[in-house]
Design a protein around this ligand. Structure first.
Ligand SMILES: Cc1ncc(COP(=O)(O)O)c(C=O)c1O
Length: 470
């Protein structure tokens, strides 16, 4: 079928395709079970890269507007499937600010593909359930619950001390409990940073392709967000806009490419921030999983001018649903951050913080890390070996030695086989809907937080069969 999509120069191409198709589904121009053109057909019709269309389709599938059917194509979903997450064009006397109607509200993580290479989650089966049941039970004794009155917004002192110790051992030389703020995931740290450091109209620079949540949360605060390209050495410092007040980076393991920010670029970035009087937000979300001896120092350690805010998370090392993260900040921001945290949600759940403090202090965290690192290392090596071997004619691995995902560039001619493999249940993703200009050449991401080694082998074999078939 012909889909009426018109592109102009008002924004990212992927976003325009996404919004127009979504609106067509919502207002009934595209009806339930109607087939969409293949990504290739629509890309030809619109004269854009196929990856642009695929990324828009993926987002629509993830949000429940479209459904991919193995071997058959992409179809309009029954709208009831999207549930309350479907953004209805707002009407009524009270309307949200213009930024809100198009903000994504993910209903859930979507349906698991047969070979689950999705990005973003660790393996919940590896969570130390028994230990945590005991730790949490202890926290719900009357003596542990205390008066029930709110506690310090910065968080449980035992946990802040444990985090500072952990960081000093594992990451950075300078970490003091009074500069650690416990947050509801890395996401809240990003929100607080925007509130405290930036004025509406200020510019924040983020990596592109990059992690979408900082862009989204800062846009809701009236902050202008500028994408800055990334190459094999990480963020291209020379491309930073001079007016950026803040630069967000994932230096240990760039999201989603997986590259590490080189030492030279780290030094350039620090010098740039000093010259331009800007802050750096270092998101170190999954560096506990490192599969090489070589370790680059965090920006926070290299910084001599107090410009780096270091964001950490327990989402990858334990579980994202714990909603625990932290922010290591310069002392100059302490008061403002504590006030902002207090005004936002008083403090993060105390029983969870106290349980985590014991988990770290009693050595269980270090033990857990050693155990899961071994598991993820094996998965990482298995995919890397396939990319270096039988898959190498089709996919070029992007060097990466950390985390729970790695990426690969799709070589010319391999896109059709890849599409068929995806339709057959090989759940790799293209770079998420994040970049104003889609990556060129197209790239895919293999997440290995959710998939066993045995299934990795089977999934890669299916992928190879489809790629070999051309
Ligand atoms: C780049 C990046 N930063 C941070 C996080 C963790 O976020 P949170 O702690 O809010 O769950 C993730 C998780 O997927 C991530 O990919």
């Amino acid at each position: 079928m012909e889909v009426a999509v018109r592109l102009d120069r008002t924004g990212g191409l992927t976003g325009q395709i996404y919004r127009q198709l979504r609106d067509a589904v919502l207002d009934g121009r595209l009806r339930r079970d109607e087939a969409l053109p293949s990504s290739r057909e629509l890309a030809e019709q619109l004269k854009v890269s196929r990856n642009t269309v695929m990324t828009a389709y993926e987002r629509l599938v993830a949000e429940g507007y479209l459904t991919g059917r193995a071997g058959a194509g992409t179809f309009v979903s029954a709208l009831s499937l999207t549930g309350p997450a479907a953004p209805q064009p707002p009407s009524g006397p009270l309307l949200p600010r213009a930024v809100w109607p198009t903000m994504p509200v993910p209903a859930d993580f979507g349906t698991a593909p047969e070979f689950d290479f999705r990005v973003g989650a660790p393996d919940a089966r590896l969570f130390p359930h028994v230990a945590w049941r005991r730790l949490l039970t202890n926290q719900f004794r009357p003596s542990a619950l205390g008066t029930g009155l709110p506690v310090e917004p910065a968080g449980h002192l035992g946990l802040r001390t444990a985090i500072a110790h952990h960081l000093r051992r594992a990451r950075t030389s300078e970490a003091h409990p009074q500069d650690v703020l416990v947050t509801c995931g890395a996401q809240q740290a990003l929100d607080l940073i925007g509130r405290v450091l930036l004025e509406p109209g200020d510019t924040a620079a983020i990596e592109e392709p990059g992690y979408a949540p900082p862009r989204l949360v800062w846009e809701t605060q009236g902050i202008r967000v500028a994408g800055v390209p990334v190459d094999e050495h990480g963020l291209i410092v020379d491309a930073l806009p001079a007016n950026a007040r803040l630069v967000y980076v994932t230096p240990s393991h760039q999201y989603p490419t997986g590259v590490a920010l080189s030492l030279r670029r780290r030094m350039e970035l620090l010098a740039w921030a000093q010259r331009n009087d800007a802050a750096i937000v270092e998101d170190d979300y999954d560096s506990e999983f490192r599969y090489t001896e070589q370790q680059l120092e965090p920006l926070h350690s290299l910084d001599r001018s107090g410009r780096v805010l270091y964001v950490g998370s327990f989402s990858k090392v334990l579980l994202p649903t714990l909603r625990l993260g932290f922010l290591l900040h310069p002392p100059s921001l302490r008061h403002a951050l504590h006030a902002a945290k207090f005004l936002t949600d008083w403090h993060t759940s105390l029983p969870i913080q106290a349980a985590m403090a014991e988990f770290v202090e009693q050595g269980m965290f270090a033990q857990h890390l050693r155990r899961v690192r071994r598991v993820y290392r094996q998965r990482h090596e298995r995919i890397m070996a396939a990319l270096a071997g039988p898959l190498s004619p089709y996919l070029a691995a992007v060097p990466s030695a950390a985390g729970l995902h790695l990426s690969a560039r799709v070589r010319p001619g391999a896109a059709d086989g890849l599409d068929r493999a995806r339709a057959a249940g090989v759940g790799v993703t293209t770079f998420p809907e994040i970049a104003a200009a889609p990556p060129d050449p197209p790239s895919i991401v293999f997440g290995y937080g959710l998939i066993d080694v045995g299934r990795i082998d089977e999934g890669l074999a299916v992928l190879q069969r489809h790629l070999d078939a051309g």
